[in-house]
Ligand binder design. Structure first.
Ligand SMILES: [Zn+2]
Length: 266
């Protein structure tokens, strides 16, 4: 009898586990962390009319022996936030990469100015922060084209990198990126603002501790107040990285330091 009771309890545990998994999936479906499971899968390469190179580079970490890391800031520009970030980086002579939202640049270009991003790299983060995994090819192209044009218009430079919002990628994103000759830049180290709310010292130590050569650090210069943690403690982060022997560079410079493809020496 005790055996059958244990069996029943075990069965109950399994059932509860299934419920927990289902709840997790449901949450993801409704949050920015959702997987692009529905409404978005679109083919790449069904029509060669779109093709440029026929392939793209997508990276989230750079294998390198050089002591370099890349700081990246998404979603700007935004008044107060972006000037603070640029001011801190400028004082420390630390280059970074900014993935701009086109309509934010249109609305807030004045807070940065035409040369405000000088010394830094600029990437395309779409026009409206759209979920590209749920758009068809024309939709992705429009999002990227509008942001690309705005960057050229306001800053006078052509981006070579794009970052899809939330890292969501469908087939249409791949062919649209190819159309522009973009590389897709993801990240390897999101900064844990929420985890260290109210503990700026712990936050800085964690970011510095997690960084290693080739890390691509994801931060934001727009957003919820929790994200101010990185804006306000950016100088300490840069200084901490340097004290560890790691030098912040743009993504292009980080990529340029990548290992050459290893020759087969066997
Ligand atoms: Zn974003």
């Amino acid at each position: 009898m005790s055996v059958s009771r244990r069996t029943m309890l075990a069965g109950g545990t399994v059932a509860a586990g299934v419920t927990a998994v289902a709840a997790t999936v449901g949450r993801r479906a409704l949050s920015p962390h959702r997987l692009p499971l529905d409404g978005g899968y679109a083919p790449a390469g069904n029509s060669l009319d779109w093709s440029n190179r026929g392939s793209i580079r997508c990276f989230w970490h750079v294998e390198t022996e050089a002591p370099l890391v890349a700081l990246t800031f998404d979603d700007g520009p935004m008044p107060e936030w972006t000037p603070q970030v640029l001011d801190t980086l400028g004082k420390l002579d630390a280059p970074a990469t900014f993935f701009l939202v086109g309509k934010h640049l249109r609305d807030h270009a004045g807070v940065v100015g035409p040369g405000g991003y000088d010394g830094h790299e600029i990437g395309n983060h779409t026009w409206s922060h759209a979920d590209l995994a749920q758009l068809d090819a024309d939709g992705v192209l429009r999002e990227l084209q509008a942001a690309h044009d705005e960057i050229v218009l306001r800053l006078g430079r052509e981006p070579r990198l794009m970052r899809p919002p939330w890292g969501h990628v469908g087939g249409t994103t791949l062919i649209a990126a190819d159309h522009f000759g973009y590389d897709i830049a993801m990240w390897s180290q999101p900064v844990p603002e929420k985890q260290y709310a109210g503990d700026p010292d712990g936050f800085v130590q964690r970011v510095v501790a997690d960084a290693r050569p080739g890390s691509i650090i994801l931060a934001h210069d727009v957003g919820a107040k929790s994200r101010l943690l990185v804006v306000r403690n950016l100088a300490a982060i840069v200084q901490g990285l340097r004290a560890k022997g790691l030098r912040p560079v743009t993504l292009s410079e980080l990529l340029a330091s990548a290992h050459a493809v290893r020759a087969d020496t066997s």
